[in-house]
Write a protein that binds this ligand. Structure first.
Ligand SMILES: *Cc1c(COP(=O)(O)O)cnc(C)c1O
Length: 424
């Protein structure tokens, strides 16, 4: 598989390099040079998730990764289902939250961990990352138990919810978690210092397992096919997909699925008040505002870092950006939507609710709508319980960790200490 840097197309890498490196020169994103047209879509849709995903990813990645290796990567990553639930006559929810950390990032994170493990070569790898909560959990669970990969996660002591802390600080093994006496920015600054330290980087094989890693996107393509596979055949011809968007990785993956030949009619990008993209699509002007905090905080992003990939796909396919639907919802509208959905017997959380409402507003007669549910309602327990006035029991995956002791180390906001800790 050959990829180029969108900012500097002369910089070309293979899959292994793109996975190891994450970003290209000048923070440019890597993009596949060729996306194959799959001409056996119906055959693929008849297969189970894992087998189908092996075939799709093999068609994209090609011979660089031996078939047996790729097959085990997919099998180890996709260990949970992505059920499609019917919400109304013409609207379905694709539930992507049945993985170990109850969010769709388990798909991309777990496949990235497998990919990095497969292409890392002989050297040791240390994944170092800072988290304000959720990403840390997905990274920790994705890499847990992988040989020769150590993971160190920094988080601000006392500033993440106790439940979030339990979810990723109780694993042990190759996962070390460090509670820093400081805020999230301090954690991020420590990580940056570590990456700027060439000697340290070399000594422990530092890698960021970044959210823009191409392997994440490849994994996410697969669940768009899974959604179609579960749709009744007579509903597969006019499908509209609404994606709750923050950094726009999820939407990018969907657009790649369409490029490969999955017959999705059109997409809708749904956001919260951080509405840079909906405003851009209406006015043609890219003018990010300061990021604001919302109920759907995983989408509190005003400069979505995958947007260049979205534009690249539209350009290469000769699609017009005007075909991309979009809208933004306020927190008040999100709350009202959650209530309305609950009244229709579907328990959702803020991110999925935004995708549902914009879909409902823009779906036309004869179309079938699918919205992506990116997190389990219990992940946003406090807001969901308050808005819907109910008690939400913890799902077993969370409850299990909640009962285990914390294994975190504690450290001052001091790079010298962190350096010694990493070299130990
Ligand atoms: C990360 C995240 C999103 C946004 O996904 P992008 O790929 O960044 O657009 C939406 N919902 C939840 C729950 C998330 O964690």
């Amino acid at each position: 598989m050959n990829l180029y840097n969108i900012k500097h197309p002369e910089e070309q890498v293979n899959f292994a390099q793109a996975v190891r490196q994450g970003l290209g020169k000048d923070q440019g994103l890597f993009f596949p040079e060729v996306l194959p047209k799959l001409n056996n879509i119906d055959e693929l849709l008849a297969l189970p998730l894992v087998e189908r995903s092996q075939k799709i990813l093999s068609a994209i990645i090609g011979e660089e990764i031996p078939e047996a290796t790729l097959n085990s990567m997919v099998k180890n990553a996709f260990t949970f289902p992505a059920p499609l639930a019917q919400v109304s006559d013409s609207i379905y929810a694709l539930e992507l939250f049945h993985g170990p950390t109850l969010a769709f990032k388990d798909f991309g994170g777990r496949f990235m961990a497998q990919a990095l493990s497969a292409v890392r070569g002989d050297g040791k790898i240390t994944i170092l990352t800072a988290t304000s909560g959720d990403t840390g959990a997905a990274v920790a669970h994705a890499f847990y138990g992988l040989e020769n990969i150590n993971v160190v996660i920094l988080y601000p002591k006392g500033k993440i919810s106790p439940l979030q802390e339990k979810l990723f600080c109780t694993l042990g093994g190759n996962i070390r978690t460090v509670a820093i006496n400081g805020d999230f920015d301090a954690c991020q600054a420590l990580v940056k210092q570590a990456f700027d330290d060439a000697e340290l980087r070399q000594a422990i094989g530092l890698n960021s397992a970044n959210s823009i890693n191409i392997s994440r996107l490849l994994a996410q393509i697969c669940y768009y096919f899974e959604a179609f596979a579960q749709l009744p055949k007579e509903k597969r011809s006019e499908v509209v997909v609404s994606v709750p968007s923050g950094n726009f990785g999820n939407l990018t993956a969907g657009l790649i699925a369409k490029t490969l030949g999955l017959p999705i009619k059109r997409f809708i990008a749904s956001t919260n008040a951080n509405d840079t993209v909906p405003r851009y699509l209406k006015s043609g002007e890219w003018s990010p505002n300061a990021t604001v905090a919302t109920l759907s905080n995983a989408m509190d992003v005003s400069r979505p870092n995958n947007w260049p990939r979205v534009e690249e796909l539209f350009k290469r396919n000769g699609w017009a950006l005007s075909e991309l639907g979009s809208d933004a919802l306020s927190d008040a509208e999100t709350e009202a939507t959650l209530k309305a959905m609950y009244a229709e017997n579907y328990l959702c959380e803020p991110h999925g609710a935004i995708a549902y409402q914009v879909l409902k507003d823009q779906l036309q007669a004869g179309e079938t709508g699918i919205f992506l549910c990116t997190a389990h309602p219990a992940k946003f327990k406090e807001s969901v319980e308050r808005i819907l006035a109910l008690d939400l029991p913890l799902p077993e995956a969370l409850d299990k960790h909640n009962k285990l002791p914390l294994l975190s180390d504690e450290m001052d906001n001091d790079f010298a200490q962190l350096r010694a800790y990493l070299l130990k």
